[in-house]
Write a protein that binds this ligand. Structure first.
Ligand SMILES: *[C@@H]1O[C@H](CO)[C@@H](O)[C@H](O)[C@H]1NC(C)=O
Ligand SMILES: *[C@@H]1O[C@H](CO)[C@@H](O)[C@H](O)[C@H]1NC(C)=O
Ligand SMILES: *[C@@H]1O[C@H](CO)[C@@H](O)[C@H](O)[C@H]1NC(C)=O
Ligand SMILES: *[C@@H]1O[C@H](CO)[C@@H](O)[C@H](O)[C@H]1NC(C)=O
Ligand SMILES: *[C@@H]1O[C@H](CO)[C@@H](O)[C@H](O)[C@H]1NC(C)=O
Ligand SMILES: *[C@@H]1O[C@H](CO)[C@@H](O)[C@H](O)[C@H]1NC(C)=O
Length: 741
């Protein structure tokens, strides 16, 4: 059988066993399962006075056996079955004809089965209402042309918050919420006019709406009579901010924050917002130029000081306030269902993020836990020592701050079991190599922990020079010989019972390398074979692997450089490159042991690039170059060649040098025959008998010194130029501008 088939079969066996295991585990779990919420009640605002209505607070838990349910309001039992207004439909509580005075409160559902009890988050039931405006008539108001004024809404009692609009003279000629001159505050409901006009005279009505999930209700005020007296030449005035957002606003991460700002002034002031201590978040959109700054989906980065500025031709006014971002609790870490042996210790922790920092408390079967006896509650940590059967049950950790509460639930099962080897017996057949070592595990299911010991036949095994029995039941045998072959039995015992399990240790011949690879020394581009043969126990398969400098090689890639030679361990390297030099290790392996041998491969090649190229002593027609030797790649450097290029050509050319032939031990040379006042760069190439290597990285660009031209310019001409300039031109060289100051 080939190794991969063997592995596949082994894998299938493991899969089979783990399927059996998970099947039996899920079977044992599905036999009984503590309740876990699938639906929990949500807070609700119900319209007051909606007769014939019903409120449904949902609750549903998965559990086996099925859960039964109880409900609490403000912490005391809802009198289910005693008051006909309450009915339980599956787990949900239905309240018929709900009334604010009787039913306002905080509701929690309990789901119960024999494994334990869990309590749901609290759902607050409140009643929404909007009374009528007071029927008292409102006193008339007088304004002046060009001057700001406001009309108060004075909303009636209501719950929850209202939205506001105003209409003029008759329903439904609504004013725009904001048209530059008018502004309706959604905080107070008041109507503001930045600058009154005579034609604003009229009757104004404040119109408010309360929006509930099920319904909405609106009502409007008695008329507010406004008379605006004309002024032949209304006075201009700088802005004055009248609607100010709070100095401190608390926003919740993920929610929307709104700040209001509105100013009186003539001309009508414009408004703009900025963040004083950072960039205005782009999500504020066009609201940065209006009376209401809106920041949806707040994040902690957006905390800070915001400023509203009102400005017109007469001046400006500013106002600043802070947004503090806070957050509801959110779990970072929770506990999970646990099966733990009796008498052992349980450690659970629940960690939540939030602002302000949430506090964590613990519940068992819906009741608060505190430190006592074997139980230690320490904020996010719960510890129970010396677990007893009665500690089994449903546990919850609850994190809360003023913005919310989150619950996490887990079941604790305290296990008792006599030792049982059925799920994980001692391996039946344990092969081991002569001279090697073997580890035999003994892991019965048992609670509390069993005492374990090993025997071979009638001989009890104890620690000796070759045998170690660890306290958790692992048996080690070192330097194995034929005489160790035989049956080994592990015995397990706790106060509930005992059990044993036996395996057979089969001793095999050790694997040995019989022909080790030898060191090799080749030229780049050649092929090389590294040999590796091994002897092994014929009852087992042998596989060979190769590693280069400790990294396993891929021998299956037919396009790659490494190839296996037929059935034996030899390695063929095709077209060997410099990077493939190094220590090669051949490993021969059976299921019981392995043997390895290494050899060093040297690959010779053209030299690497010279380093640290410097240009020194720059003269008119020559420079000096200095460099340091690069790698010789195991073959001495024979000589160097200097290449160069000027700004006239992008091509590298071989340069004339002094000495003409640069020997392999040189680290400097002069480059000759350069043009004066010209930009040059250079590189150096090393070569050996195997060829030329990579060029060095180019030098910095240098400019040769200037020199008197060696040939007199021809075609001299000139003319033009500025008053203090004379342009002189000639052929061969470039145009020069000569100053005649
Ligand atoms: C629950 O408590 C709130 C606030 O203390 C109270 O207004 C309400 O009437 C209580 N509800 C019940 C049903 O006791
Ligand atoms: C009120 O007067 C202003 C100028 O004073 C004018 O722009 C506006 O259109 C007038 N509005 C109405 C409704 O007549
Ligand atoms: C045997 O040796 C192991 C490992 O050194 C040790 O953990 C264990 O306690 C020893 N057992 C006895 C019985 O001394
Ligand atoms: C292993 O056992 C053999 C005899 O069985 C003995 O000669 C050899 O010294 C032992 N080696 C070690 C490392 O204990
Ligand atoms: C080992 O366990 C088997 C049952 O699995 C039992 O019949 C046998 O007596 C046990 N052997 C000893 C020595 O206790
Ligand atoms: C190296 O082996 C390959 C493939 O076997 C062959 O094509 C190539 O000619 C060999 N090269 C040399 C230098 O022998």
């Amino acid at each position: 059988m080939r190794e991969d088939e063997r592995q596949a079969q082994h894998f299938l066996q493991i899969l089979h066993i783990s399927l059996l295991l998970s099947l039996s585990l899920s079977l044992s779990l599905s036999l009984s399962l503590g309740p876990v919420f699938e639906k929990q009640p949500s807070s609700l605002i119900y319209p007051e006075g909606l007769t014939e209505g019903k409120v449904t607070l949902s609750c549903q838990a998965r559990a086996n056996p099925a859960a039964s349910y109880r409900w609490l309001v403000n912490g005391t039992d809802v009198p289910l079955g005693m008051d006909v207004r309450y009915t339980l439909v599956a787990g949900s509580l239905v309240i018929s004809s709900p009334e604010g005075v009787k039913d306002t409160g905080s509701y929690q559902c309990l789901a119960i089965n024999r494994c334990g009890t869990i309590i749901s988050r609290a759902a607050v039931l409140k009643f929404g209402f909007l009374d009528d405006f007071s029927s008292d008539s409102r006193s008339p108001q007088t304004g002046y042309e060009g001057v700001g004024t406001f009309l108060a809404c004075q909303p009636p009692p209501h719950y929850p918050a209202l939205s506001y609009r105003w209409f003029l003279n008759e329903f439904p000629s609504f004013l725009k919420k904001f048209d530059g001159r008018f502004f309706v505050s959604q905080v107070t409901g008041n109507l503001y006019l930045a600058r009154a006009e005579p034609n604003d005279t009229g009757n104004y009505f404040c119109f408010t709406t309360v929006n509930l999930e099920i319904s909405s209700k609106s009502t409007f005020s008695r008329p507010n009579q406004l008379t605006v007296l004309p002024d032949a030449s209304p006075r201009k005035s700088a802005p004055s901010i009248k609607v100010r957002f709070p100095a401190e606003t608390y926003g919740l991460a993920g929610h929307t924050a709104q700040l209001e700002c509105f100013a009186y002034g003539n001309p009508v002031p414009k408004l703009r917002w900025r963040k004083v201590d950072g960039l205005m978040p782009s999500k504020a959109g066009s609201s940065v130029e209006g009376p209401t700054l809106t920041l949806p989906d707040l994040t902690f980065d957006e905390e800070g000081v915001y400023e509203c500025e009102a400005y017109n031709s007469e001046g400006s006014d500013t106002y600043q306030g802070r947004i503090n971002v806070q957050a509801q609790p959110e779990w970072l870490q929770v506990m999970s269902d646990s099966e733990v042996e009796i008498s052992s210790e349980l450690h659970w922790s629940c960690v939540a993020a939030g602002k302000p920092r949430p506090s964590v408390r613990w519940l068992r079967n819906g009741l608060p836990l505190s430190t006592q006896d074997r139980l230690e509650v320490n904020g996010p940590r719960l510890k129970i020592s010396n677990l007893a059967l009665e500690d089994s049950g449903m546990y919850q950790c609850v994190a809360e701050n003023k913005h919310g509460t989150v619950y996490s639930t887990a079941e604790l099962r305290v296990q008792v079991q006599a030792p049982d080897f059925r799920l994980n017996p001692v391996r039946k057949l344990i092969p081991a190599a002569r001279g090697g070592q073997v580890m035999i595990e003994c892991r019965p299911r048992a609670a509390p922990k069993p005492s374990l010991f090993w025997s071979r036949g009638t001989e009890l095994l104890t620690n000796s020079s070759r045998v170690t029995v660890s306290p958790d039941g692992v048996l080690w045998i070192h330097n194995i010989s034929r005489a160790d072959e035989g049956k080994y039995t592990c015995f397990a015992e706790n106060y509930l019972g005992k059990a044993n399990s036996t395996g057979h240790l089969s001793v095999r011949d050790a694997t040995k390398i019989t022909l080790a690879p030898s060191n090799a020394d080749i030229n780049q581009g050649e092929n090389v074979t590294l040999q590796c043969h091994a002897s092994h126990d014929p009852t087992m398969d042998l596989t060979f692997t190769w590693a280069l400098n400790g990294v396993l090689l891929d021998l299956e890639d037919s396009a790659g450089p490494f190839h296996r030679k037929e059935n034996i361990g030899d390695l063929l390297i095709v077209n060997t490159q410099l990077s493939q030099a190094g220590a090669y290790t051949c490993t021969a392996q059976t299921v019981v042991d392995s043997a390895a041998a290494s050899a060093k491969l040297v690959v010779r090649g053209p030299p690497g690039p010279p380093g640290g190229l410097l240009v020194k002593n720059v003269a008119e027609t020559s420079v000096e170059l200095r460099w340091s030797r690069g790698y010789d790649n195991h073959s001495p450097i024979g000589r160097y060649v200097v290449m160069g290029r000027s700004s006239l050509s992008s091509e590298w050319r071989k340069m004339r040098t002094d000495p003409v032939n640069i020997e392999g031990n040189a680290e400097s040379a002069r480059v000759m025959g350069l043009m004066p006042w010209m930009d040059y760069e250079f590189q150096v190439i090393a070569s050996n008998i195997l060829g030329s290597g990579e060029p060095s990285t180019p030098s910095h660009i240098i400019r040769t010194q200037q020199a008197a031209p060696t040939v007199a310019p021809s075609g001299l001409g000139g003319g033009g130029g500025d008053r203090s300039e004379l342009i002189v031109t000639w052929t061969v060289r470039e145009t020069l501008t000569v100053c005649v100051c």
